[in-house]
Design a protein around this ligand. Structure first.
Ligand SMILES: Nc1nc2c(ncn2[C@@H]2O[C@H](COP(=O)(O)OP(=O)(O)OP(=O)(O)O)[C@@H](O)[C@H]2O)c(=O)[nH]1
Length: 380
């Protein structure tokens, strides 16, 4: 049972083109392999004909075969270097096949004679040669048809005035065998090419899926408005930092930042401007951080900065730096805002909730004592 063909869409047509190119490359490589074993076929023919056909005829055929073989090898090497351009190089492959078929077919007019048994054996050798060649041509089966046709047509040349009885039957039998071989190989070829297309379709689908998955996980971790990591990412980051702190005693701090009187910005200028201010705020903060520091949107106009490897004093400095950077220039158009900052540094026994709660308390103190200031949470 053959695989169901893919429906014709732009994507599947692209797979078709790609599958054809792959098939072409495989065909060229397969032929090179087969041609390397061809001299064994010559040896067989020479052994069979030795003492039974005139040496001049045998030498003529061997010379013809060697010339055709060398030319085919050269063309295939060139095709391999040229790459999988089926449109431009397909006819060269066809040429190789026709030449191969012709010199194999020349066995009959050149080497067959009055000895019917010899003629039948030669025909059997030709059948074997075509059967050996067939797998190499499977990805490009119409070329195999040309090979068989060329061989049989040249074999037909032996018929007019042939001295041996039954020669017509032998050549016709050869034709029947080649016809059957072509028919069977055609079915196999269809399945192979379909398999190649499905393989490519699968690979493309897998690539699309992993891209979509990467985009989805990126989206799930990012705040849509500011492009900063969201609360979910923050939780993961805090877990990592807590594990490091607990295992290695490495300190880290968090800053809780909340824009001052942000409601007034929305009320005065509208929500869209408020959004622009939040984006400007996110950008401003990011320009002030080290590569290892992470600013996440905690929710609304509240943000949380995680400072890995940072003890209390340096965290306070960082908070102050951020506060000044925000107040220094408008965040969007001519809208200036200030920010209040609460600082908390991890201490043994803290989990994420306790650490954030201490930072939040410090932030609340900053708000309560006038805003636009940085307050560190007391230890304990
Ligand atoms: N434009 C915009 N506004 C937001 C967003 N999220 C929260 N807000 C607004 O932020 C404002 C927060 O107001 P409040 O909690 O009263 O705080 P505040 O006005 O900043 O006052 P203080 O924090 O006490 O200084 C509310 O008006 C929210 O609607 C957002 O994504 N975009």
């Amino acid at each position: 049972m053959s695989a169901a063909p893919l429906p014709a869409t732009p994507a599947t047509l692209a797979f078709d083109a790609q599958a054809q190119q792959n098939a072409f490359v495989q065909c060229v490589m397969g032929l090179q392999r087969t041609l390397r074993t061809t001299p064994l076929g010559w040896a067989l023919v020479a052994w069979i004909c030795w003492g039974r056909t005139p040496p001049a005829a045998l030498l003529t055929w061997l010379g013809l075969a060697a010339a055709g073989w060398a030319a085919s090898m050269l063309v295939l090497a060139r095709l391999q270097r040229a790459g999988p351009d089926v449109q431009h190089h397909g006819r060269w492959l066809l040429g190789v096949a026709i030449a191969d078929g012709a010199w194999w077919g020349a066995v009959m007019p050149l080497l067959s004679g009055a000895d019917t048994a010899l003629n039948a054996i030669l025909a059997a050798v030709l059948c074997g040669a075509m059967a050996v060649n067939a797998p190499a041509y499977v990805p490009h089966i119409h070329v195999f048809h040309a090979l068989c046709a060329a061989m049989w047509l040249v074999a037909l040349l032996s018929l007019p005035g042939h001295p041996a009885p039954g020669m017509t039957d032998i050549v016709m039998g050869l034709g029947v065998f080649l016809g059957l071989l072509c028919y069977v190989m055609r079915g196999i070829a269809r399945r192979v090419v379909e398999g190649l297309r499905l393989q490519l379709a699968n690979a493309a689908l897998t690539a699309q899926l992993s891209e979509a998955l990467a985009a989805a996980s990126q989206q799930a971790a990012t705040d849509g408005l500011t492009g900063l990591p969201n609360r979910r990412s923050l939780d993961q980051l805090l877990d990592t930092q807590l594990a490091l702190a607990q295992r290695e005693g490495r300190p880290f701090s968090v800053l809780m930042l909340d824009l001052d009187h942000f409601k007034a910005v929305n009320d005065t200028h509208g929500h869209a401007v408020g959004d622009a201010v939040l984006r400007g705020f996110a950008q401003r903060i990011q320009t002030q951080l080290r590569r290892s520091d992470v600013c996440a949107r905690y929710g609304g106009e509240e943000f949380c900065v995680v400072l890995p490897g940072t003890a209390a004093a340096l965290a306070l400095d960082a908070g102050e730096r951020l506060r000044r950077a925000v107040a220094a220039a408008p965040l969007s158009a001519d809208i200036r805002v200030t920010v209040s900052v609460g600082v908390a540094t991890w201490q043994a026994g803290d989990d994420a909730a306790a650490l954030l709660a201490r930072a939040d308390d410090a932030l609340y103190t900053a708000k309560r004592t006038g805003r636009d200031r940085v307050v560190a949470a007391p230890p304990g």
